[in-house]
Design a protein around this ligand. Structure first.
Ligand code: MSP
Length: 513
């Protein structure tokens, strides 16, 4: 079996500092990277910043600094955010790096060589904020201002000489590809949107700009810079050293297992990118998944609306793992979700502090007191023990296949139920009443400790920092976490020490006025 997994986040525009939407894409990608790693995959996980184009040039001009200096500073805040979010990305790419520029220019030359690029003149609507072209029927007039209907960003009319990519030529190949690769686009509802967009007819795409200079030059024509989306999308292969397709990174990890993106940029990833790749005779990624938006007061966050939620502020107040847990649990994956402080506090109090934290504390305290602080001997499992222990083994394949379909809702529900059952098991078995039956008492404690271990392994991709603290109970570390071992009922070794750990999650005092 080929156990390689390559996941990417969108590369972020460093036009302003990171917000919750960016944090969301990154945290979800990190969830998949960690899950696959504990499942024995060699994982490549890429994130980075998308630094060219008019949007960045104008943001830099506003601050009266040159675009590269501007990008250096904000790109660093995204790099810092990756650390704050405890991401396990294996690379961070900036489109201003030489390795990337070389790749983009090579890809351009391939497209040109294959007669997929020609010079003409563009006239039409352009949104600098989206860095996207729009047709007349995609524009509306609100109080005399022309806006894109889908993103609501303002558009301006441009007319200039431009190179075009023969997108129209690839219409049929794309439709055939969607049909023969039904998993290429997720979720299903978005796939249908893409297919109807392509079926409605593709026009050739303007892929260069002449009226500004902040970008990668078109090879052999310095008057033009390459369209920022053609530039940006290439990051997924430039980070694997394209055009050297024989190097180990490219051979191991291309085609990507999944491009995780927000739904607003699905067209670029599910139409333009595969068309460029088809034209350049490069394999297509296996999956493109468009997640929903984090809404702030029922609206998508944006600088212009002034409703930006700052992930750092939330992390400073509540901690990172509660935020990771909340975003994965409460934003039904694939759909939009509102951030609510109240629900975040509920998650911390009920799921994390009561159900997980408290289970760890109670069981270890009991074991330290009644089993001399050592993993007790399990003599004989009874039916009740085996029912709860074996569920993990029985569900392992199901969990894997649900994750391969990005069914995060199943995964989190499975964990929440397991926590509920674990607490119920410990209560119902009443080991404190079994002090005369040491064999039974030991077996109950052993079973409860095994369940904590199994649930901790499953929680690791969601709340890695807290799980590593919890696993100190057993002196286990990150390398010991293997998904396969949730099937194992006798993983813990009799006689090993059980360590007392600090409180994992502090409850939030709620003001119920
Ligand atoms: N630079 C492009 C992506 C190029 S990928 C080759 C871009 N950058 S972005 O910074 O504007 O957005 C990056 C990602 O953040 C997108 O996937 C976008 O959907 C996501 N989010 C931005 N706002 C969001 C929310 N409010 N909620 C969730 N994600 C959203 O687009």
């Amino acid at each position: 079996m080929d156990k390689k997994f390559y996941i990417t986040t969108p590369i972020y525009y460093p036009s302003a500092k990171p917000h919750m939407g960016h944090a969301y894409s990154s945290i979800i990608a990190d969830f998949f990277a960690r899950f696959k790693r504990i499942d024995g995959f060699d994982v490549q996980f890429l994130t980075g910043t998308d630094e060219h184009g008019l949007k960045i040039q104008r943001s830099a001009e506003k601050q009266k600094i040159n675009p590269l200096e501007f990008c250096n500073e904000i790109s660093q805040t995204f790099r810092n955010l990756s650390e704050t979010l405890n991401l396990t990305n294996t690379d961070f790419i900036r489109t201003t790096e030489d390795r990337h520029k070389k790749s983009v220019q090579h890809l351009w030359s391939q497209l040109e060589k294959n007669d997929d690029i020609y010079l003409s003149k563009y006239s039409g609507w352009y949104s600098v904020s989206d860095e996207a072209f729009y047709n007349d029927d995609e524009i509306e007039d609100i109080d005399g201002v022309k806006r894109s209907i889908s993103s609501k960003s303002t558009v301006e009319w441009i007319e200039e000489e431009s190179y075009f990519f023969r997108l129209s030529k690839w219409e049929k190949s794309l439709l055939d590809y969607y049909e023969s690769h039904p998993n290429f686009i997720g979720p299903e509802s978005r796939k249908n949107e893409v297919i109807s967009f392509v079926k409605s007819g593709l026009k050739d795409l303007s892929v260069s700009r002449k009226s500004f200079s902040w970008g990668i030059n078109v090879p052999n024509n310095k008057d033009h810079v390459i369209y920022v989306w053609l530039d940006a999308l290439t990051n997924y292969i430039s980070a694997l050293n394209y055009p050297d397709t024989n190097n180990q990174l490219f051979r191991n990890f291309w085609p990507a297992s999944m491009h995780l993106i927000g739904k607003d940029i699905l067209r670029f990833h599910a139409v333009y990118w595969p068309a460029f790749l088809l034209a350049a005779k490069i394999d297509l990624p296996l999956r493109v998944y468009g997640h929903g938006w984090i809404l702030s007061g029922d609206e998508k966050m944006s600088k212009s609306k002034g409703n930006i939620l700052d992930p750092i502020e939330i992390i400073n107040e509540y901690g990172l793992d509660p935020l990771r847990y909340y975003l994965i649990k409460e934003v039904s994956f694939g759909n939009d979700g509102n951030i609510s402080q109240e629900r975040l506090e509920d998650c911390i109090n009920s799921d994390l502090a009561n159900n997980f934290g408290n289970l760890c504390q109670r069981v270890t305290a009991f074991a330290i007191k009644n089993c001399s602080g050592k993993i007790p001997e399990k003599i004989k499992f009874e039916k009740d023990d085996l029912i709860i222990l074996n569920k993990f083994k029985d569900n392992l394949e199901n969990i894997r296949s649900k994750i391969d379909k990005q069914n995060l809702n199943f995964y989190i529900d499975y964990i929440v139920n397991s926590l509920f059952e674990a607490n119920k098991y410990f209560n119902d078995q009443e080991p404190w009443k079994k002090k005369d039956d040491i064999i039974r008492l030991n077996t109950i404690v052993f079973t409860a400790l095994e369940i904590i271990r199994k649930i901790s392994f499953l929680l690791y991709p969601i709340i890695p920092g807290s799980v590593l603290k919890a696993l100190k109970i057993f002196n286990l570390n990150e390398n010991d976490i293997k998904l396969d071992d949730i099937s194992e009922n006798e993983f813990l070794i009799k006689g090993n020490n059980i360590n007392k750990i600090d409180i994992l999650f502090k409850k939030i005092e709620k003001n119920n006025d």
